[in-house]
Design a protein around this ligand. Structure first.
Ligand code: CU
Length: 158
């Protein structure tokens, strides 16, 4: 009669192991994975760079005859150094900073790039870049206003 009772104990032990594994797997899927996805690991220097990069939207930027609109038109931004970029509209009419439609870019930390609407004269739009990318953008009302920001590794993040 000892055989049935020991196999019974074995059965309970096996069930306990299965339940334990199931609890472990669901904890991993429910809590651990979302936690990882929600908080990308970004160096402190990148989250709080010592410097900023300013891009000026100059007066007359809306003119197709004028070469200068976003100044500078192409710029390298270094992660951990000056990766907080500020667009300042110094012109007389509103403009936007809008991602080109053929560019697939979403910053893992800051999300979607681009001003939510018109940047009025005297106002600014800013974006914290946290990963390497080539971001081509334009102005929505004046699509001939085109520019590029290259986000590259900084000396302190390599
Ligand atoms: Cu414009």
């Amino acid at each position: 009669m000892s055989l049935p009772s020991s196999s019974h104990a074995y059965g309970i032990g096996l069930i306990a192991v299965i339940i334990g594994a199931a609890v472990g797997v669901s904890y991993y899927q429910l809590y651990f994975i979302p936690e990882l996805n929600a908080k990308p690991i970004i160096p402190e220097k990148v989250l709080h760079p010592g410097d900023t990069t300013t891009i000026i939207i100059v007066p007359g930027a809306e003119s197709q005859q004028q070469e200068q609109n976003f100044v500078p038109k192409t710029i390298d931004v270094q992660l951990g150094i000056n990766n907080l970029v500020i667009w300042k509209n110094t012109g007389d009419i509103g403009h936007t900073v809008t991602l080109d439609t053929d560019v697939n870019f979403v910053d893992k930390y800051s999300g979607k790039f681009g001003s939510s609407g018109i940047i009025k004269p005297g106002e600014t739009y800013q974006f914290l870049f946290t990963q390497e990318a080539t971001v081509k953008y334009h102005c929505d009302p004046h699509p001939w206003m085109k520019a590029t920001v290259n986000i590259v590794h900084g000396a302190t993040t390599s």
